[in-house]
Design a protein around this ligand. Structure first.
Ligand code: UDP
Length: 339
């Protein structure tokens, strides 16, 4: 743990981390980081790193908690055991229960809960890295996550703390300022200046309190600009990617038909060509056969003629036979006469 610094404000009026008194820490916001949540946000505010997830409106479990006229809002703030310097004991403690309660109240009135009777809107916030002002950072993330979930709200809630170090008012306190400062006042408000959370640790004079409120209001306005920009950028990009996806889908739907049409046409052409070739080949073959057949038939007639001449020869033989027979007959006659 760091020791208490001797001075919180240097001779140039700058704080230990180089910021001016009314300057908030750097903010980085990412929307829609969790795919299973209805809305989500990752937020860095200085060295704080938080993640928020929103589920709902959804069924209420346990059922006895449900309200017939409006949605119930539940908020769970959890500090990871590795988020702080000395390991934090895991699980809920008095502090996290208190932070959850005040944060829920800071958001609940901004939500049109009457639109969703008998349902629940659950907000979970995990502190991944803590460096003072985690409840305000968590509220900023939760508010963006609610918007991302499409929960109708009267306005985005933006939060930052105002405190006092070396009798000087400073916004968005860092760890040393929070630990060793004279006062710390986390505030959450809507863009039109309605305060939804105000806590105070330490002492302010009335004048300091009024001035502190104004400084916090300006700090919240700056936070609001980051939230608004993050949401606008995210949805502009999402719309663009969705448009591209739709165009790609349309193209993909069209493409196969074109391909199919093209391939069908090509196939048809090939089939026609093949058929034409086959027909040609068949015609050529049949012509050749006819020619061959006709030449063969001529040949046959020759052979028939030849055969016919050949068959004539035995006729001669028959004549000879007949002649022979007649000579036999004659000899028989001669025999008969001699007898
Ligand atoms: N802190 C810590 N251990 C704890 C609780 C808090 O180290 O169990 C640190 C943490 O960095 C936190 C800071 O103390 O941000 C101030 O805590 P506080 O209760 O004032 O809430 P916060 O300013 O974070 O909203």
């Amino acid at each position: 743990m760091n020791d208490k610094p001797e001075k919180f404000i240097d001779n140039n009026g700058l704080r230990l981390d180089g910021r001016k008194a009314d300057q908030i820490r750097d903010i980085k916001i990412e929307v829609g980081v969790l795919s299973r949540a209805d809305g989500s946000c990752y937020l860095e505010m200085g060295n704080n790193k938080v993640i928020a997830a929103v589920y709902g409106p959804r069924e209420v479990h346990p059922r006895h908690q449900q309200k017939s006229t409006k949605a119930i809002v539940r908020y769970k703030y959890n500090m990871a055991s590795f988020s702080v310097e000395d390991r934090k004991r895991p699980g809920p403690d008095r502090r996290s229960i208190e932070v959850s309660k005040v944060s829920r109240e800071a958001l609940e009135d901004m939500i049109f809960t009457e639109y969703f009777p008998k349902s629940a809107i659950d907000i979970f916030v995990e502190i991944l890295q803590a460096d003072a002002g985690t409840r305000t950072a968590a509220l900023n993330a939760a508010s963006v996550a609610l918007a991302d979930a499409g929960i109708p709200m009267r306005g985005l809630v933006s939060a930052c703390a105002v405190g006092k170090v070396d009798e000087t008012l400073v916004v968005d306190l860092n760890k040393d300022e929070d630990n060793y400062g004279q006062a710390d006042m986390p505030i959450a408000m809507t863009p039109d200046g309605k305060i939804t959370l105000l806590q105070m640790d330490g002492n302010f004079t009335l004048e300091q309190f009024k001035q502190g409120l104004e400084m916090a209001q300006e700090g919240c306005r700056q936070v609001y600009e980051f939230q608004r920009k993050a949401l606008l950028d995210y949805y502009a990009k999402k719309e663009e990617t969705e448009e591209v996806a739709v165009i790609e889908e349309v193209l993909q739907e069209e493409a196969p038909e074109e391909v199919v049409e093209e391939s069908i046409a090509e196939e048809m052409e090939e089939i026609e060509e093949d058929e034409a070739e086959e027909v040609k080949a068949a015609e050529a073959e049949s012509d050749q056969e006819i020619e061959e057949d006709s030449s063969e038939t001529y040949e046959t007639s020759d052979t028939v003629e030849e055969e016919a001449t050949e068959t004539e020869e035995p006729e001669d033989e028959d004549e000879e036979k007949e002649e022979d027979e007649s000579t036999i007959d004659e000899s028989d006659d001669e025999r008969e006469v001699s007898q």
